[in-house]
Design a protein around this ligand. Structure first.
Ligand SMILES: NC(=O)c1ccc[n+]([C@@H]2O[C@H](COP(=O)([O-])OP(=O)(O)OC[C@H]3O[C@@H](n4cnc5c(N)ncnc54)[C@H](OP(=O)(O)O)[C@@H]3O)[C@@H](O)[C@H]2O)c1
Length: 225
């Protein structure tokens, strides 16, 4: 069993998810930030990769109005916070580990050094799910069966998204197309990793689209092969 799994990302017209100077998704509009908060308000848990934590240092704490909305819907005021780090090299001072009433989870591997494991266990629940790489199937099973997560939101980055698409674990995609050109061969895109061969391409069906000023908000369902 796994949670229903939704990916939300913003990208420039040329497919970039951050800028050359590593400013993350700051290039999007106010409307995109509002949509992000709305999508987050429906999630029982949010999962990201270690690269996103070190680049953006998000808190994942809901604003007051959304906490009230979540409570009305019978949800916890803040979503569970989860990060994937095979090496366990994530800093225990990251803002996601600051107490906000919601559990913080780290999914790592047997590669994690004992000293890091001990430090992270002081601020989070740590699961070792894999020898050298994290087994995402197992991660989603733990979220569903141990943490009762029904609705999971993935917020990148490109490496985590790649692994989840390869494992066939994404059900829906929310995508903001921002009218900017960022460029740079080393600036990440929505899906990094090794990519797909022609016969394995992931196909999606458009569920909804909305244009606000020059930005386009897209919503897709992943077609299962
Ligand atoms: N525009 C947007 O909507 C948006 C959203 C989110 C992030 N971003 C941007 O995306 C960038 C980060 O993306 P990224 O691709 O560099 O990093 P990422 O996907 O956030 O994290 C990559 C890290 O996650 C861990 N990881 C991922 N898959 C793993 C697996 N199967 N097994 C073990 N560990 C695994 C590894 O951590 P260890 O190295 O610790 O083992 C890996 O280095 C940042 O610049 C951020 O600003 C943009």
């Amino acid at each position: 069993m796994k949670p229903y799994t939704v990916l939300n990302m913003a990208m420039s017209l040329d497919g970039k998810i951050t800028t050359r100077d590593g400013a993350g998704a700051q290039f999007t509009s106010k409307a995109d930030k509002v949509r992000l908060r709305e999508i987050r308000s429906q999630a029982d848990a949010i999962l990201v990769g270690a690269g996103t934590i070190s680049a953006d240092d998000p808190t994942f704490t809901s604003r007051e109005a959304y906490r009230a909305l979540r409570l009305q819907r019978g949800m916890a005021p803040n979503p569970i916070k989860a990060v994937v780090s095979g090496s366990g090299s994530i800093s225990e001072t990251a803002r996601m580990f600051q107490p906000n009433g919601a559990p913080a989870l780290v999914f790592t591997t047997q590669r994690i050094p004992a000293s890091r494991l001990e430090r992270l266990r002081e601020v989070a629940e740590v699961y070792r799910v894999g020898e050298t790489t994290v087994d995402f199937q197992r991660v989603l099973e733990i979220l569903r069966e141990t943490c009762q997560v029904m609705h999971l939101l993935i917020e990148g980055g490109g490496q985590v998204n790649s692994d989840l698409f390869h494992a066939g674990l994404i059900d829906e995609v929310y995508l903001t197309l921002s009218p900017k050109i960022i460029g740079g061969r080393d600036v990440p895109t929505i899906v990094e990793g090794d990519g797909f061969d022609f016969l394995d391409i992931v196909e999606l069906a458009l569920l909804d689209h909305r244009v606000v000023d020059d930005e386009i908000f897209l919503h897709y369902r992943v077609r299962k092969s």
